[in-house]
Design a protein. Structure first.
Length: 170
């Protein structure tokens, strides 16, 4: 799977249009590197390797999808959204859904919007599953009083993600 990571409680906005996309969240998250590393120097690797490489892999996948679509294929993409357990379950499920939506928006806007026409023609479809916090390991903190563990720990950071887990070509 391609894992795409988000800062805590991002994206915050409720949106129904194609405004917010993952690129915005990625840039915003990467700018928080100093804040995270000031709390735990070991987290620098997450930003410089994991976060950066996930964005590169996402773009490589979108290039691949575009090439297949241009050659006449139809694609179904399976996407799952997750959150850390910091907020209540219903909120986290909605947050996971917003995260998925921001990734889909990024896909539609990718490379000058070249994928958008394929979405409009139903040649690329997304199967979504929003899990919220339900699959977070028990050791990931949900304490609002202990932000070091519930926001700034590697475990919590790894839970705040969207995964492209599969795709099918037709």
């Amino acid at each position: 799977p391609i894992k795409i990571y988000f800062h805590n409680d991002e994206p915050k906005e409720q949106f129904e249009n194609d405004y917010l996309n993952y690129r915005d969240s990625y840039i915003s998250y990467f700018k928080k590197l100093v804040d995270y590393v000031s709390r735990d120097s070991m987290l620098e690797f997450f930003f410089t390797d994991t976060l950066k490489n996930s964005f590169v892999k996402l773009n490589q996948a979108l290039d691949f999808f575009l090439s297949k679509l241009e050659s006449g294929k139809v694609i179904k993409v399976v996407v799952k959204g997750y959150s850390s357990p910091l907020y209540d379950s219903k909120y986290n499920e909605m947050l996971s859904s917003r995260r998925i939506k921001s990734v889909v928006n990024y896909m539609k806007q990718y490379n000058g919007g070249k994928l958008l026409v394929y979405f409009l023609e139903d040649k690329i479809t997304i199967e979504e599953a929003s899990f919220g916090e339900t699959l977070a390991p028990l050791e990931v903190s949900d304490s609002k009083k202990n932000k070091l563990k519930s926001i700034y720990s590697l475990g919590a950071m790894q839970q705040r993600r969207v995964e492209i887990v599969d795709f099918k070509l037709f």
